[in-house]
Design a protein around this ligand. Structure first.
Ligand code: FAD
Length: 527
């Protein structure tokens, strides 16, 4: 008899969610994590002494409400939501704040354009309804196309609710908007650059495209569907940082009986008679199980943990063609005081600075920041997404000091000029120079800085090409095509071998949904 019912490779948040559900259902579960800590890309680390930093992901709002409820996470994790969804300083010293409250935001927008202020509530209503349909797909197991089964059709019926709520007249809107460039969509509704930039930036935050590229309206909708704010992005932090969330998930999984080992790198999935039967660790240790689940990305799973010769040529080619393409650098700054934004001079800045801060003053600005990636260059005027988590949770830094974490785009994985190690500090300088145009005191208050380029995200956190989501979350890598058509249902061509990470539907972000859906399918197969 196998030692375990299920072995999970990787204790990223999705691996932990899968482990918790399976252990809750009475399965004997072993989780093996190669790093010394659980959490994958959702971790808190003491990068500077006394500062607890969410080194990769830091915004928490995307975690599925169902997962939170079913794994009883509310008792273990405290989140601090933010009323500000995006504070957007402008080059002319003004600012636009997007609040959760639509009316309050419309009043802000009226300072830029009265027509846009009138359009905003209508835009929010339309996008929310369409996002409801996209959101309705998230917890579904994608159909096996073209071999669609009766069960798939019945599951598809669950979508009818959101489609019906959308209304017959709006179905053409859904079909028209999904493949559009977000820039075209936003240009139809709004005339002010500030408004277009504030909303459109979220369409490309996690992908390597500019807002003028086809399909970016879909990425905007996808973010909208999962944000938990009813708007285009999430806003809020976890007390204690993202590591507190994944620590709570690990505690929940252990509480249900799962065993979790860190510092345990799996080198190989053992396959016998075309069935996964266990794993071998780099130490040579072996464990057997009735099922093996990989939380690693698809390329690592199929090329490193398994071997290409297990699969047919089409499968291998499809895995090879998965687009990863990371293009964000992560820069953490330790600050002796808050940055002083020109746009907030003379007032109390803490409300606006408590949520996400975006340097994306127009769609053209973001598009130009993207354009250079086509030639292997980093942006000279990058699009910046900033968070000061210490305003919501002062315990993260020594008294009176702050953390400023920046996701800086675009920083392509491969630089034409050569190795990133020779360029990472110059890119960080560009980022700080850009920020200084909006918050001139920034250089004076920085006491330390830490820079992670896409190759660093790959080598330190196991994110190939530095992609945040184990593969781009674009339309052609969506739903039944994620990660590739023949394993979009969490199963793989090898019996007893599953995937549960961000490379699987519905993709990345700290949602827990791939982990939840994978557990459901594994339980169905092992009834
Ligand atoms: C710069 C950046 C910013 C982001 N910001 C946000 C944000 O603010 N909000 C948000 O929701 N999302 C954000 N994301 C995305 C989010 O972090 C990821 O999509 C998500 O964490 C992926 O979770 P996962 O569990 O699927 O995979 P991972 O977190 O990648 O976990 C996979 C785990 O498997 C382990 N593993 C791999 N191979 C082996 C092996 N051979 N043996 C043992 N263990 C192995 C890895 O060490 C890792 O722990 C961000 C990502 C990046 C890069």
């Amino acid at each position: 008899m196998a030692q375990y019912d299920v072995i999970i490779i990787g204790a990223g948040h999705n691996g932990l969610v899968t482990a918790a559900y399976l252990a809750q259902a009475g399965r004997r579960v072993l989780v093996l994590e190669k790093r010394d800590t659980v959490g994958g890309a959702a971790v808190s680390e003491e990068i500077f002494p006394g500062f607890k930093i969410s080194s990769v992901a830091d915004g928490c709002g995307y975690l599925s409400a169902k997962v939170r409820r079913e794994l009883k996470l509310d008792a273990r994790v405290e989140t601090v939501p933010s009323d500000v969804v995006a504070f957007c300083p402008q080059p002319d010293g003004t600012q636009l704040t997007i609040w959760r409250d639509t009316q309050r935001t419309a009043e802000e927008i009226a300072r830029f354009s009265k027509a846009d202020a009138e359009e905003y509530p209508k835009f929010v209503e339309l996008m929310s309804r369409i996002a409801d349909v996209v959101g309705g797909l998230m917890e579904m197991t994608p159909p096996d196309l073209p071999e669609i089964s009766l069960r798939d059709l019945l599951n598809g019926a669950a979508l009818l609710g959101p489609v019906r709520r959308l209304g017959r007249k709006r179905i053409p809107d859904l079909l028209r908007i999904l493949p559009m460039p977000s820039a075209d969509l936003l240009n139809e509704f709004f005339e002010a650059d500030a408004v277009r930039g504030a909303i459109g930036a979220s369409s490309v935050l996690n992908i390597t495209w500019g807002p003028q590229e086809n399909g970016t309206a879909y990425t905007l909708l996808s973010s909208w569907a999962q944000s938990g704010t009813g708007l285009f992005r999430s806003a809020g932090v976890v007390k204690g940082g993202m590591g507190a969330l994944t620590g709570a998930l690990a505690d929940a999984a252990r509480g249900f009986g799962a065993e979790i080992r860190t510092g345990a790198s799996v080198s190989e999935v053992i396959v016998a008679d075309e069935r996964a039967t266990g794993v071998r660790l780099s130490s040579g240790e072996e464990h057997t199980a009735a099922a093996v689940v990989s939380n690693a990305d698809p390329r690592t799973t199929f090329y490193e943990l398994l071997e290409p010769h297990y699969f047919d040529t089409l499968f291998v080619r499809q895995v090879e063609n998965i687009k990863y393409r990371g293009s964000a650098a992560r820069i953490h700054l330790a600050l002796s005081a808050l940055p002083e934004f020109t746009a907030l001079a003379g007032g109390d800045a803490t409300a606006q600075l408590s949520g996400p801060i975006q340097i994306a003053p127009s769609l053209d600005y973001v598009q130009k920041a993207f354009d250079c990636t086509k030639y292997g260059e980093y942006s000279r005027y990058p699009y910046l997404d900033l968070l000061i988590p210490t305003l919501s949770d002062p315990s993260l830094a020594p008294a009176g000091q702050h953390i400023l974490s920046i996701t800086a785009k675009y920083a392509p994985y491969e630089l034409d000029a050569g190795d990133w190690s020779a360029h990472k500090q110059s890119f960080a300088d560009v980022v700080i120079d850009t920020l200084a145009e909006y918050a001139p005191n920034i250089r004076d208050v920085i006491t330390d800085r830490h820079v992670l380029t896409p190759p660093d995200l790959e080598s330190l956190y196991g994110l190939p090409e530095g992609n945040p989501n184990h593969g781009e979350m674009t339309l052609e890598q969506f739903f039944h095509m994620r990660p590739i058509p023949s394993c979009a249902r969490y199963r793989t061509p090898i019996a007893g071998m599953y995937i549960c990470g961000a490379g699987a539907h519905p993709g990345g972000g700290v949602t827990g949904i791939p982990g939840h859906n994978a557990a459901r399918e594994i339980l169905k197969d092992s009834k």
